[in-house]
Design a protein around this ligand. Structure first.
Ligand code: ZN
Ligand code: ZN
Length: 408
């Protein structure tokens, strides 16, 4: 394409001569860089020409919040729908990943880039070096700003969140090209990326599918995606922060593997979105092991680590019902009273497996349901006419009649 005079791109009401369609899952900031490069302009020149340099767009996270005048000018210039502009931004995750979006502050799941004085301080824009190196038009994906996305499910490698040469965060608008570092000019795709955990790739694929579909299966039940994501994030937070996090990780690792080492973090309590990509990859590998066969592994390790309902729900402003139901059913500290049919079934099971249903065993299984236990337990005192099952039990186990169970 012929080089444009910057003013041609800037003319307020004219469509631009280059009008690319957004690529699948393309991030708005990446699309804006493609627009600029397609018109032979440096991204910074394009931004300043079209929107003026008084409000420095480089100092904003346009993917997290795009002001209307900018979205409207892209709609006009590139002749795409306003919806298409918004669907390239992070607020478009409301309804699937998020329940609401805060344009000015932190959002669960969304990786912060923390811009200050044109500099990016956090490594919130990740990328797959193989995707960038092999794309016909190199572009950044919207999902690369999401905390659970730590690997590329196409190439099976770990994402990167910084320049491999100078370790600075990625800053597309200030760089020479989408695959070059703005700070040192190095190639972001240089050196081979690390291979991702195989099982983790399968798990992330499922989560990405849930993100597209808007729903998933949790314990066999169709569940809204944002509900599942809220549970996943809470479990991740329990493994990172809090007094019981160390024990919880140790139990998961002992029972189902995964690396139990503490996560590198500057403060005692910090959102999982602040961990770097390799730490999050390790973290979500553990989350995926813990959530397999939901909720039984989770309940088991919580019991082993002494984590009760009140801990499991900590810092959650609005726990989803699907999570609450699990905590209430398995982890509530108020003792559960087994119902009459449950006690009867437990007694029957004890007779089949141990020959008799003693008070002690029934109490261990059924808790405080004393009345029902007395009705279904096998008395160990002498009976004038022992029942048929009693005789069978005695014959089967070779028990000597006469022992009275403590508490009976
Ligand atoms: Zn890739
Ligand atoms: Zn660099």
């Amino acid at each position: 394409m012929e080089a444009l005079l910057p003013t041609q791109a800037g003319t307020a009401s004219r469509p631009w001569p280059y009008q690319p369609r957004p690529l699948p899952d393309e991030l708005l900031s990446s699309y804006m860089v493609r627009l600029a490069l397609g018109m032979d302009l440096k991204p910074i020149t394009f931004l300043n020409t079209v929107w003026g340099s008084t409000r420095n767009l480089l100092a904003q996270d346009l993917d997290n919040f795009v002001p209307h005048r900018i979205a409207a000018r892209i709609q006009m210039g590139a002749r795409i729908q306003l919806d298409a502009v918004h669907s390239m931004t992070l607020p478009s995750y409301v309804g699937t990943l998020l329940t609401s979006h805060n344009p000015r502050g932190r959002n669960p799941w969304l990786l912060p880039i923390t811009v200050d004085n044109n500099r990016r301080h956090r490594h919130g824009l990740q990328f797959c070096p193989i995707c960038l190196a092999t794309d016909a038009a190199p572009h950044f994906r919207r999902r690369w700003r999401v905390a659970f996305v730590t690997s590329c499910t196409t190439h099976g490698v770990l994402l990167r969140d910084r320049c491999p040469t100078c370790q600075e965060p990625v800053h597309q608008h200030a760089a020479a090209s989408p695959r070059h570092c703005a700070a040192c000019g190095g190639d972001l795709c240089a050196t081979a990326p690390a291979v991702a955990f195989h099982d983790h790739l399968l798990w992330q694929t499922e989560l990405e599918a849930a993100l597209l579909r808007g729903w998933t299966l949790l314990a066999g039940e169709p569940t809204r995606a944002h509900v599942m994501f809220a549970i996943v994030r809470q479990i991740a937070a329990l493994l990172v922060n809090g007094k019981r996090a160390d024990r919880l990780r140790a139990e998961v690792s002992r029972a189902w593997g995964g690396d139990p080492a503490p996560y590198a973090k500057p403060t005692a309590r910090q959102p999982i979105e602040y961990l770097d990509v390799s730490e999050r990859h390790r973290l979500f590998d553990m989350v995926s092991r813990l959530m397999r066969g939901w909720p039984h592994r989770f309940v088991h390790v919580c019991n082993e680590a002494g984590l009760h309902r009140s801990h499991a729900i900590k810092d959650m402003t609005d726990p989803p019902f699907a999570y609450e139901a699990v905590l209430r059913a398995y982890m509530d500290r108020t003792p559960y009273c087994a119902s009459e049919p449950e006690v009867a079934a437990a007694a029957e099971w004890l007779r089949r497996t141990q020959g008799r249903a003693t008070y002690r065993e029934l109490k261990r299984i059924c808790g405080e349901s004393r009345e029902a236990i007395y009705r279904h337990m096998d008395y160990e005192r002498r009976q004038a006419t022992p029942s048929r099952w009693r005789m069978q039990a005695v014959l089967a186990s070779g028990l000597v009649d006469g022992a009275i169970e403590p508490g009976a």
